[in-house]
Design a binder for this molecule. Structure first.
Ligand code: BG6
Length: 478
């Protein structure tokens, strides 16, 4: 390398989690049921029918977890708030025990010099709102979400500076309303687009409220960004690649960052009777709720080729929802694009491409199209970890993966991207929504599996010491 400009001095070296995946205590202290609390009870929906009833018991062990973060020198911890702890039925009376839990967690982090990064919505919609009006399919969600957000801003806006509005709208909408592997298990692109439009409006409205109530804070959505590659320089492949950009990425990112849908994707949706109903006033709501930064969850890239009109059909699994599927099975939309295997890239145990340069490409593309600061809110490797007889976890593959991605972030900063921070997924091991506890992401091993909660003991992996060193040297020694 030519000498690159260093990471900024206040760079947020962080790590992330989500309420359902770590907390447990699913029905304690007044918490209401979320759609995930119900969904995991349908046999066959998750790996070995595993649920997050106890998860890794962070609800009871958060002090121990924060102490480990402090030992590592972590600068920031991204966690999500369970809507159902705050408002058990989604609306109505605030549950003080829920406020207390997150207030204590925030104080504990701040006491250890760890910046709290709060995700407002990480997929655990109150079941009551799903039952009452089908959740995201009703416009009522816009005001109810705003009301929930305002409760959070009021109670935590004084102590929390960085906020993530919706986590991976493209994933929870795509997997919930098209691939039908997340609740509410629907497979209907038209309904998907309408639910998605409501989520856009809810996101924008909540951002506008934030700017009113927390003027010194920063907020943005987190997008699951899997940059597209063309399979070849064949012009038809380039059209496919551009179509994928429009439909898989800009369909969300343009709405967030420009307040409007991208024209080419909109034209496709309209021609195919898939465009959402947009009411008068919606454009103004979208334009008034622009983010301060773009949150990026990066796991992998996807490669596209031309898909003839009689090619791979737009079936239930056609939305790639970047990063949530393996790469070996092709998906796509006839006349638009389809995915192909990238022969240059290796894959993880779950068939996701491993592509550190893809993260540099992601950061450059976002910078060039939107010119906003970027917070990397997730990046990590899901792998099987072995616990040795003397209770060590030698996760060199994770260190290798993360080191290459940190290096790519450094390159992107040298290229001119404004990156606020980098959160790995995840700090402790946690529940993978559909893959149980065997797919581990953490720096800290949690002693449990699908069959048994064992003792839920925390054990530091080799990667724990590696990230500690990365933080201590502000990213110079990787
Ligand atoms: C992101 C989510 O999509 O990917 C996380 O925001 C999730 O909640 C992570 O756990 C990894 O996905 P998976 O399917 O391997 O658990």
């Amino acid at each position: 390398h030519v000498k690159r400009k260093p990471f900024p001095q206040d760079f947020l070296w962080g790590s992330a989690s989500a309420a359902y995946q770590v907390e447990g205590a699913w029905d304690l202290d007044g918490k209401g049921k979320s759609i995930w609390d119900e969904y995991v009870r349908i046999p066959g929906t998750t790996y070995k029918d595993t649920n997050g009833d106890v998860a890794v018991d962070h609800y009871h062990r958060y002090k121990e977890d924060v102490a480990l973060m402090a030992e590592m020198g972590l600068k920031a911890y991204r966690f999500s708030i369970a809507w159902t702890r705050i408002l058990p039925n989604g609306t109505g009376e605030v549950n003080q025990a829920g406020i207390q839990f997150y207030s204590d967690l925030i104080d504990e982090l701040i006491a250890h010099n760890i910046e709290p990064l709060v995700t407002i919505y990480h997929w655990d919609l109150p079941q009551a709102l799903q039952d009452k009006y089908a959740g995201w399919e009703s416009r009522q969600i816009i005001d109810d979400f705003d009301n929930y957000c305002r409760v959070l801003y009021k109670h935590f806006g004084d102590r929390v500076k960085y906020w993530v509005s919706l986590n991976e709208q493209n994933v929870f909408i795509g997997l919930g309303y098209l691939a039908a592997v997340h609740p509410p298990k629907v497979s209907d692109r038209k309904r998907m687009m309408q639910a998605n439009h409501h989520a856009n409006l809810a996101n924008a409205k909540a951002i506008a409220s934030f700017h009113e109530m927390v003027p010194n804070g920063l907020i943005g959505p987190s997008f699951a960004y899997g940059p597209a590659y063309p399979k070849s320089a064949l012009p038809a492949d380039i059209i496919a690649f551009e179509n994928a950009n429009e439909v898989e990425s800009y369909w969300w990112l343009d709405v967030y960052c420009k307040g409007k849908y991208p024209r080419i994707a909109w034209n496709f949706m309209e021609e195919n009777d898939l465009a959402p109903v947009v009411e008068p006033g919606d454009d103004a709501i979208l334009a008034a709720g622009l983010p301060d930064f773009i949150g990026v969850n990066y796991y992998q890239t996807a490669t596209y080729e031309w898909n003839p009109i009689d090619g791979i059909t737009g079936d239930a699994s056609s939305q790639n929802t970047t990063g949530k599927k393996g790469t070996s099975k092709s998906t796509g939309i006839p006349g638009m694009y389809r995915t192909v295997k990238n022969e240059f890239l290796e894959t993880t145990d779950w068939d996701w491409t491993i592509d550190p340069q893809g993260l540099r490409i992601a950061l450059r593309r976002l910078t060039s199209r939107y010119d906003l600061p970027i917070l990397i809110t997730e990046n990590g490797l899901g792998a099987f970890d072995d616990l040795t007889a003397d209770e060590q976890i030698h996760d060199t593959y994770r260190i290798d993966y993360l080191a290459k991605h940190v290096d790519a972030v450094h390159d992107a900063i040298a290229d001119g991207a404004r990156v606020l921070g980098y959160c790995t997924w995840s700090f402790t091991d946690l529940l993978s929504w559909l893959n149980g506890y065997q797919k581990r992401y953490g720096f800290v091993y949690v002693n449990r599996d699908e069959e048994s909660m064992k003792d839920l003991r925390r054990m530091k992996k080799d990667s724990f010491y590696w990230y500690k060193k990365v933080i201590a040297t502000n990213g110079e020694d990787i």
